[in-house]
Structure formats: C-alpha cells, structure tokens
Design a protein around this ligand. Structure first.
Ligand code: SF4
Ligand code: SF4
Length: 183
C-alpha cells in the first residue's frame, strides 16, 4: 500500500571544501552544544562534525556524522578531485568499526548529527553559525514525500550497546538499574 504523501522539510548543510581552512570552530561549537550541561565543556572528539585535515596537502574536509554502520565495508572509496587525492573513506559519514570517528569517546556509542534540532530557537545549526568563512551554509526546502519512521537516539544507543555487550547483559543492567531507582 502506498503511504500518504506529506510535506516535509528537507534540511541541508552545503559544504564547500575549498573555503574550509581547518580552524575546527565547527567541532568546538558542536561538542559544546551537546555537552551535559549544555556549553559546560568542549571536546572535538564528541563532535558530530569532524574535519579531516592534511595541512601539507591543503586538504580540509568537514564531514557530518550519519548513520551507524555495524560492519566495515569490504570495499573502500578513494577520490581524486582537482588533482588532490583524498584518504580512503574521507567522505563517509558512518560511525563504523574501522575507525574512531563519530564515537562517543567514553562509551563508544555512535554519534549522529541531529541538525541541532533540540533547540528550536536556533535559526541555523551551530556549526554553520560558527563557520566564519562560509564553508558551511544551511538550506531548507519543502518536499512531498512519505513519512519515514526515524529511530530515536535512545534506540540507536541501545542497539549499539546490545551489539557490544549482548542482549542478556544489557537487560540485566536495565533490571538492576530499575531496582536501584525504586529504592
Ligand atoms: S568552522 Fe568552517 S572553516 Fe573552520 S574547520 Fe569548520 S568548516 Fe572549516
Ligand atoms: S548541525 Fe548541529 S549537531 Fe550537526 S554537526 Fe552541526 S552543530 Fe553538530
């Protein structure tokens, strides 16, 4: 059965790698925005945007964290653009077992850009606001499409814990936590 067509807002951040100078202000802003309490600390390792930097070759590629990939790809991509060769997987957005990118450093849980949606007062995502050379620009457009059920962050986190520790251990821990909360 065809799903009902609805209007949806598509949010895009356009990345201009030629304008990026590798300052990493976007990483600092993102990690501070998502710190607990908000803005209490910053640590680029917790950022949902990471800048691949190779200053000697004038390579700066801001990459946004996307969906988690549970297994490594068997094949790898390598791009050459305007004579510059980019490292394998340079443009890949996945939090995946082959690298440390886009993993919460303490827990190892996958990180994913949420377009700063938790703060409806923001006109633009914070990384875009802090990119002073306009390497990042924000656009919104309306499109007709089917409503897609998006997994909640908590679901993604739980799935990843189950992958790491197994369902039984996770269920045991939840049972113990709920008992201690009742005390
Ligand atoms: S803030 Fe802009 S210029 Fe600086 S690293 Fe991020 S994308 Fe590049
Ligand atoms: S849009 Fe928000 S969540 Fe996504 S990378 Fe930028 S600051 Fe981080």
């Amino acid at each position: 059965m065809q799903g009902e067509k609805k209007k949806k807002i598509v949010k895009t951040i356009k990345v201009d790698v030629d304008k990026c100078n590798g300052c990493r202000a976007c990483e600092v802003a993102c990690s501070a925005f998502h710190a607990t309490p908000q803005y209490s600390s910053n640590n680029p390792a917790r950022s949902r945007i990471r800048v691949i930097r190779e200053p000697l070759r004038d390579i700066y590629v801001p990459v946004y964290a996307g969906e988690q990939a549970r297994a490594e790809c068997l094949g790898r991509d390598k791009y050459v653009i305007d004579g510059k060769e980019y490292e394998e997987c340079a443009f890949c957005r996945a939090s995946c077992p082959s690298r440390d990118l886009f993993k919460e450093p303490d827990s190892g849980l996958p990180l994913k850009c949420d377009m700063c949606e938790s703060d409806a007062t923001l006109e633009k995502p914070l990384c875009v606001q802090w990119c002073l050379v306009d390497a990042l620009t924000y656009e919104e457009r309306e499109e007709e499409g089917e409503e897609e059920a998006q997994p909640e962050d908590v679901e993604i986190g739980l799935e990843s814990l189950v992958d790491k520790y197994g369902l039984e251990k996770v269920l045991d821990s939840v049972a113990r936590m709920s008992l201690s909360k009742k005390d």
